[in-house]
Structures are given as structure tokens and as C-alpha cells.
Ligand binder design. Sequence first.
Ligand code: ADP
Ligand code: MG
Length: 251
Amino acid sequence: MASSPLAIRGLTVSYGEKPAIFSVDMTLRAGAMTAIVGPNGAGKSTLMKAALGIVTPLSGQIRVFGAPVEAQRHRIAYVPQRASVDWDFPTRVIDVVLMGMYGRLGLLGRVRAHHRDQARACLARVGMTDFADRQIGQLSGGQQQRVFLARALAQDADLYLLDEPFAGVDAATEKAIIGVLKSLRDEGKTVLVVHHDLATVPEYFDDVLLINTRRIAEGPVARVFTRDILQATYGGRLASQQVDRLPQTAG
Ligand code: ADP
Ligand code: MG
């Protein structure tokens, strides 16, 4: 699938002796919302970072819209796990969003009024218009996450990668974020989300990739998000109430 937004073959990444992900294949469906699901330490973040070219694989092939990542970086927007971002210097919200445009502006390009207007429109889309001039470090976790999503929107990308965007956010923020992601999908963009909450997978996502170092399954939620496959992904670590309502096998 040369035209897939993200096609991965035989990807192995290792930080030490033991691989964090081993020989993983995946093919993202264009215009779909896909979840990456798996236990802690399964290699979900590693897979995403490899797709972005942030970590170097031991082996395997990665194609973004049919080309190497380096050639397509401008088409990918990334919202990292919030805990990994440390704002210990004062930065205004509007400037965080403008950072999303640097790829198009160029490092020496001047920020002009229409860029600010675009950045404010992105803030409006996540319900953060009133916070444009606040310091990012002074916002709540949920508000920060909305700002990071606004920065991703400002990139005007074709492929959106988000690593646990709902972790530690309030219910209203979760609703706002999922609404924006679905609207991106409805515009034809492709969205890939590392997702922690099994209960919301069928409601939020079209497709799901289940991994535990290796790929366990990939495909439409209705086909692969089953008790058997979740058991294979999580083993004994899965609480039964998380899966009781799911079909046992694909119907
Ligand atoms: P997940 O996102 O599914 O929780 P990660 O991709 O973060 O999993 O991690 C997969 C494995 O790789 C874990 O065992 C983790 O401890 C290890 N790991 C992740 N990042 C690093 C790193 N920078 N250095 C060493 N080991 C790492
Ligand atoms: Mg992770």
C-alpha cells in the first residue's frame, strides 16, 4: 500500500538488549481514526516515535504517504505524551500554537498578522480563545493538552499522531479533543492515537492496532476488538469488567 499515510514493515526497535517492538507490520487506512492499544511498556510510544523518525529502528521499513519520513515530515503533526513536555520557561499560549507553523514559515520567516489570526482560529477550535495570552505553564493539564492540539492543527498536516491525549484530562477536554479529531477525520485527514481506555475504543475509533512488543492484531474495531484478542494482548493483566461487554470473537 504505497499510498497509505503510514505503512510499516518488519519494524524492530531496541534501546538495549531486549527489543521494545519486534518485527511489527502496520498499514494505516487513509481517512480513518486508528487507536494503538496495548499494556504499559508494549512499545506504543516507541512505534509512534519510530514513525516520526525520532528513534532509529534496528531494522524494518517505514513509509509515510509512500516516501521516507524525512521527506514527509511537514505532513505529520505530533502531540507527544504530555508528561514528556516540560515548560519551565515562560511561553505564551499563542506562541506555542505559532510554533506549529514554523515548518511553513521557516525559522527566519516573520510571523505576520494572518499567522496570528490562523493561530487564534486553531485555539478557537479547541475552545481556548480566551487563553491566548496566558503562560502555558499556568494552565491545567487539560487546558495544556488543548493547546498542544491547537499547535498540531496549526501545522495543517495530513497525518495526526497523538500519544495518550486523554491521559489526565478532564471530561470536558476529552469531549472537546475527540470532537476535533473526528472533524479532522471527516475532512479526510488520518488520525493515529495511542489510547489507554479500552472502554471508549468502539465509540471513538474506526480501526485498532493491538500490540505487545509484537503486533497482535490490526483492523476495523468491529472485527478485531474482541475479548480473545484483548486477552492475547494483555494476558492476565486484563480486568474482566473491561472486556465483559465485548464480543468474544469476531461476529
Ligand atoms: P508504551 O508507550 O507502550 O508504554 P514504550 O514505547 O514507552 O511503551 O516503551 C517500550 C519499552 O521500551 C519499555 O520497556 C520501556 O521501558 C523501554 N523504553 C522506552 N523508551 C526508552 C528509552 N528512551 N531508553 C530505554 N528504554 C526505553
Ligand atoms: Mg507510551
